[in-house]
Design a protein around this ligand. Sequence first.
Ligand SMILES: [Fe+2]
Length: 451
Amino acid sequence: MTEAMDDGAPFYLRGVHAPVDEEVEAFDLPVEGAIPPELDGRFLRNGPNPASGDPGHWFLGDGMLHGVRIEGGRARWYRNRWVRTRALTEGARWMQPDGRLDDTAGLANTHVVAHAGRILALVENGYPWEVDPDLGTIGVHDFGGRLEGPMTAHPKICAETGEMHFFGYSFAPPYLRYHRIDADGRLAFSREIEIPRPVMMHDFAITRDFVIFMDLPLVFSLEAAARGGMPYAFDEAAGARLGFLPRANPEASVVWVEVEPCYVFHPLNAWNEGGRVVLDVARYPELWRRSSRVFDQAMLHRFEIDLAPASGSPRVAESPLDDLPIEFPRVEESRTGLRHRFGYAAWTSLEHGIAGRGHVRYDLETGGREIWDGGAALVASEAVFVPAGPKASEEEGWLMGYVHDVERDESAFAIWDATRLAKGPVARVALPQRVPMGFHGSWIPESGTGS
Ligand SMILES: [Fe+2]
């Protein structure tokens, strides 16, 4: 567990988490090693970077994007930009004095994804903010005025259909909505989904046939709100359940299956064969029981659900898959919802607040794992998997993400060969300023920027 440190500043304002004050850019950056020449695109990553003061929680800083443009074996540019949200530029507040929630006033600080030619900066309590390929802010994006309520920061893009599935949750009714965007970027379907109480629902999963919701007992709590930080607290008495909605009939009732109380920020992936569903996640036995400023550690965990057993109700089996503390699990994007063999995650340490100390690749068929240990002085942010090419096998590709050397106070954009992870980065791009440990990012191929 980790919380406020000795000098009184909370961990998210110190050390590797401390916000940076300036927006900078640099061109033709120095490279140690060799950038794979076939990579042509941008690595963009989002994270909280409060413009001033203490926002009260790690999750509540203004969104800042850090991007690197890779082309022809070179690092063409690095730049960082705040997402110019209404919260940043006008001081707009998500919660109005009369208690109403303003979906145009989110912080856009959690993830950045590309879909249908748009790049969207996301946070789970508001609308997306569209940015351009050079990280300039275009404006709030509400899908032509059709989106009702907030959008999760973790939409899922189906590689088979090009659709983007997502949900939005709120502590004000309706507590949960599900939405589907078609491959052209139009909001094609929305519905409300009934859950018994407002919970913090950070992420979800899709398979070829199902959308999977996680109703886990991080419950909206006025008591927690009064303590400051996030207004949610762990309450296992609320129970925990996974919900399954058939993609082919999204008006249907959700089938809910009880699981052991726990919390999951992030699934790795899910897939199904008929009524048998496999969902791999980074699972916390509990989270925020006493304070939302105290973080525990998660481990890789599998749920296997039989939705249509020969007799009786749906059944679930749970099994821990590993004992390494991890977060930021990722799978090859084109396998989202399809059977995966390999998964990647940051190996987390609480030494620097909460941060990665390396990365791990899991082989979920053999049960094996390969670890890159960055060493005690190195902090690794989330790494994203990029396939080596259109015909590459599932394991062939690159991991990429930001690292920071605490002793040298130097940040780099690093690229690893995913099949030789333990050997360390094949390329390091030296960056002109520290990149704080942040949240999530995407590799956006040049063909996917809309430019
Ligand atoms: Fe997340």
